[in-house]
Design a protein around this ligand. Sequence first.
Ligand code: GRF
Length: 205
Amino acid sequence: MKSKGRVGILLSGRGSNFEAIYRHSLDPGANFEIAAVISDHEDARGLTLAKESGLNAFFVSPILLKPKAAYEEKILEILNRFKVELVCLAGYMRIVGKTLLHAYGNQRIINIHPALLPSFPGLHGQKQALDYGVKVSGCTVHFVDNGMDTGPIILQKAVEIKETDTEEDLSMRILTEEHKLYSEAITLFFHDKLKLEGRRVIILP
Ligand code: GRF
């Protein structure tokens, strides 16, 4: 039997996507496991959850480790130590720098964004969608490149916007979909079903 794919999570806060991915990884049929969790915030809820779950969980300080290359070298050392094959950004509030991109940039870092890219990149994708007045938004899992939410799109899920929606209502409905979509993308990745053609990600049958 093929060994399970090794996922490394980078997060900064709540960590509900990490939780959903972790829960999925515990399914007997899952084709991946969480090899390491790294946070740039010592008090991130996601980091606490990871530690409580007995996972390899670490705080890496971007304040103490400067410049950015030194901070990312430390992250890289952990990713290598735990033989991480795919890095999943899960509410990681930093731009991935050259060091990580160089090591994992070859379609081995993915992110989830709470809007249908290329619409509403950056912060507060849900609020941007509401303010713009679109009728449909959603979430996107994409490969990470050196831009802000610009990498090739792997999966998207649409979510209808209701006229009565507050930012919180919409965020919660999108989040429910994020929690399913992220594990779906990771599963496809480790089944070798993602093929990049130009900037299109073809999902192999
Ligand atoms: C999610 O909405 C995700 O799309 C965005 O940041 C948020 C993280 O939430 N990138 P959580 O920390 O996973 O709960």
